[in-house]
Ligand binder design. Structure first.
Ligand SMILES: Cc1cc2nc3c(=O)[nH]c(=O)nc-3n(C[C@H](O)[C@H](O)[C@H](O)COP(=O)(O)OP(=O)(O)OC[C@H]3O[C@@H](n4cnc5c(N)ncnc54)[C@H](O)[C@@H]3O)c2cc1C
Length: 526
C-alpha cells in the first residue's frame, strides 16, 4: 500500500486504530455466551478485519482520493460524512461507495460510509426537523462534526423484533408499557433521556462504533426519538445470529467466506442513557412514519442502489472469468446468458447516471439523487437478482459443485495421471480453475451468499414495497393528461405524488391518528 502524506493534519483512523476503538466494554453475546473481545472472536473478528482494511485504504495514495477529502481548513477527513451540495459531489461519493463495496464483494451492506447517510439525510431535511422539533434539531450539526472527526463507523437499529405484533411500535397503542417490546423513553431529566426496550435487527452493530436508534411507526410520544449512541454504552446488549462465513478455512478453498462477515444482532436497551446533545428529535411523532423516513433517508436509498450497481459490475467480471476458464466463449447460447448479465449491469449503470443527473437540492440544500430513478433501479435490480445469480451458477455446469482441495488434485487418478490432469483446461490449471469455482460458490451459492441476497432483499424495502413506493411517488400526470386529451376527456382531478407507502397493518394507526403527516400527500414537505 502506497502511504499518503503522513504529515498532513487528518481525522482518520487506521485499521489498527479502528480495531482498538472496538476493544471497549460493549456487551455482545454469541450462542448464549458473552464475547470478551469482538475483534478476535470467531463470529465478529473476521468482519472487523475486513472493515479495518477499508480504514487502512484511507491512507493509500490512490484509494484516499475516493475515501477521503481535504476540508476547507486543510484537514483530510473521511468522505463518509461529506455533505453533497452538487452533482459532482454525488459522482465523487459514488466512486467511494463502490470502492467500499468492492472490498467485500458487496457483502457488507453496512460499509463504513453507509449509515453515515442518515445524519446527512437529517441535514437534508433540517427545516422539517427544526419546524417539528426545534429543541434538538441543531444537534444534527454537532453529530455530523463529531462523526466526521472521529471517523465513526455507524450501525442502525430501527425495525422491531418479529415477536408479538401487538408488542411492536405502530400497533396496538392500547398495550401499555412495559408489555410493549418497543424501545421507549422511561426517564428524563435536564441531562438527557433513558431508553428501555428491544430492536429486532442491527446489522454490523457489534462491529461498529455507534448506532442510530429510532422507529418507523411510534404511536406513542415516549416511543418517538432519533438518537445516536456509542455501542459500548452501559445497558446496551447485542445478541448475534449464527455465523454464515467459514472462519479458519483456507482462502484458496473459500476466497470470500473464509474472510469474515458483518453480523446481525438483536439489540436490547436496559435504561440506556442518552445525553441531550445526542438526541436529534424527541416526542415528535411527525418525524417518524415510513413515509417521512423515505424522504430523509433518500441518500441511504441511493447508497444501497450504488452498492448493487457495484455488485452487478462484479457479476459481469465473474461471468467473463467463468467463460474464459471453461472455454465457453465460442458457444452462442452461453454468450447470450452472459449478455443477460451485461444487460442487467448496463441498465443499472444507466439508471445510476440518470439518478445523479436528475438530482435536485432538498429543502436543507443537499443534492439528492432522483428518488424515482433510484426506486425503479433498486426494484429492477432485486427482481432480477435471483435470475442473475442463477445464470452465474448455471454457466459453471458441474464446476461449481465439483470442487477439490489441492491435495485431491495431486492424487493419482487413472493411467498414471493425477486428478488435476483431467481437470486442467487450455487456459487454466486445475488448481486455478478450482479457485475460480470456489469464488463462484462463495458469491452465488454459499450460506454467505444467501445472507447477502437476503440483506439486499429485506433490509431496506423489499420489491413489493419498492413498487408501492414508485406508484405513490412517480409523477405521471403529464402522460395521463395526454391520454385523456387524445380521447377528449377533460383534465384529470388534481393529485399529488408524494412519498406514500400504504402499510395495511399499520396505516389504521398512523393515518387516522394523523401521526404521519407525510402519508397520502395530506401534507407536502415544507
Ligand atoms: C439481513 C438483514 C439485515 C437487516 N438489517 C437491519 C438493520 O441494520 N437495522 C434495522 O433496523 N433493520 C434491519 N433489518 C430489518 C428489515 O428492515 C426488516 O426485515 C424488514 O423491514 C421487514 O420487516 P420484518 O423482518 O419485521 O418482517 P415482517 O414484518 O415480519 O414481515 C414478513 C413479510 O411480510 C411483509 N409485510 C409485513 N407487513 C406488511 C405490510 N403492512 N405491507 C406489505 N408487506 C408486509 C414483509 O415485507 C415481509 O415480506 C434487516 C433485515 C435483514 C433480513
Amino acid at each position: 500500500m502506497a502511504v499518503a502524506d503522513p504529515q498532513q493534519t487528518h481525522y482518520l483512523k487506521t485499521g489498527e486504530e479502528y480495531v482498538k476503538s472496538l476493544q471497549d466494554d460493549r456487551e455482545v453475546y454469541y450462542k448464549g455466551e458473552r464475547v470478551e473481545d469482538v475483534t478476535t472472536h470467531v463470529a465478529t473478528g473476521g468482519g472487523i478485519r475486513e472493515i479495518a482494511a477499508v480504514y487502512d485504504d484511507q491512507f493509500d495514495s490512490q484509494a484516499q482520493n475516493v475515501l477521503t477529502y481535504v476540508r476547507d481548513d486543510g484537514a483530510r477527513v473521511t468522505s463518509s460524512y461529506l455533505i453533497p451540495r452538487t452533482r459532482d459531489d454525488l459522482r465523487f461519493r459514488r466512486e467511494g461507495i463502490k470502492h467500499v463495496a468492492r472490498s467485500t464483494w458487496g457483502t457488507h451492506g453496512r460499509g463504513i460510509d453507509m449509515i453515515a447517510t442518515l445524519p446527512l439525510g437529517m441535514l437534508g431535511e433540517l427545516p422539517s426537523f427544526k419546524r417539528e422539533c426545534p429543541e434538538f434539531a441543531e444537534n444534527i450539526h454537532w453529530y455530523l462534526k463529531h462523526a466526521e472527526e472521529n471517523n465513526i463507523h455507524l450501525g442502525e437499529t430501527i425495525v422491531d423484533p418479529q415477536g408479538f405484533r401487538s408488542r411492536a411500535a405502530g400497533t396496538a397503542p392500547e398495550t401499555a408499557p412495559p408489555e410493549r417490546a418497543t424501545a421507549r423513553i422511561v426517564k428524563e431529566d435536564a441531562t438527557g433521556i433513558w431508553i428501555s426496550g428491544v430492536k429486532g435487527v442491527g446489522t454490523c452493530v457489534p462491529q461498529a462504533n455507534e448506532l442510530i436508534l429510532g422507529s418507523f411507526h411510534p404511536p406513542l410520544d415516549e416511543e418517538s426519538f432519533w438518537v445516536y449512541v456509542p455501542v459500548d454504552s452501559p445497558g446496551l446488549r447485542m445478541f448475534c445470529r449464527e455465523i454464515v462465513h467459514r472462519p479458519g478455512t483456507s482462502a484458496y478453498d473459500h476466497p470470500l467466506t473464509s474472510r469474515g462477515e458483518e453480523i446481525e444482532s438483536i439489540v436490547a436497551f436496559d435504561n440506556l442513557f442518552v445525553p441531550r446533545e445526542r438526541i436529534m428529535a424527541k416526542g415528535t411523532r411527525s418525524l417518524h412514519g415510513v413515509n417521512f423516513y423515505n424522504v430523509w433517508a433518500r441518500l441511504e436509498h441511493w447508497y444501497t442502489f450504488v452498492r448493487i450497481v457495484a455488485k452487478a459490475e462484479m457479476y459481469v467480471g465473474l461471468a467473463q472469468l467463468i467463460m474464459d476458464t471453461l472455454e465457453l466463449g465460442e458457444i452462442p447460447v452461453v454468450r447470450q446468458r452472459v449478455a443477460d448479465i451485461i444487460e442487467y449491469c448496463q441498465i443499472l449503470q444507466a439508471l445510476q447516471l440518470a439518478a445523479e443527473d436528475l438530482a435536485e437540492l432538498s429543502e436543507g440544500e443537499l443534492m439528492i439523487p432522483d428518488v424515482n430513478v433510484v426506486t425503479a433501479g433498486r426494484s429492477y435490480a432485486l427482481d432480477n437478482l435471483p435470475r442473475i445469480l442463477h445464470i452465474l451458477q448455471d454457466i459453471c455446469g458441474q464446476g461449481m459443485i465439483l470442487r477439490w482441495s489441492e491435495k485431491d488434485l495431486e492424487t493419482p487418478a487413472a493411467f498414471g495421471k493425477n486428478l488435476g490432469w483431467f481437470l486442467d483446461t487450455r487456459n487454466m490449471s486445475a488448481r486455478d480453475k478450482n479457485l475460480v469455482m470456489n469464488l463462484v460458490w462463495d458469491v452465488a451459492a454459499s450460506e454467505h451468499a444467501t445472507r447477502s441476497k437476503l440483506f439486499e432483499e429485506s433490509n431496506a424495502l423489499n420489491v413489493p414495497f419498492l413498487k408501492e413506493r414508485l406508484y405513490g411517488e412517480y409523477d405521471r400526470s403529464k402522460f395521463l393528461e395526454e391520454c385523456r386529451h387524445f380521447i377528449g376527456l377533460g383534465p384529470a382531478p388534481e393529485r399529488t405524488f408524494t412519498p406514500h407507502i400504504l402499510a395495511p397493518s399499520l396505516s389504521s394507526v398512523t393515518n387516522t391518528k394523523g401521526d404521519d403527516p407525510f402519508a397520502n400527500g395530506s401534507k407536502t414537505r415544507g
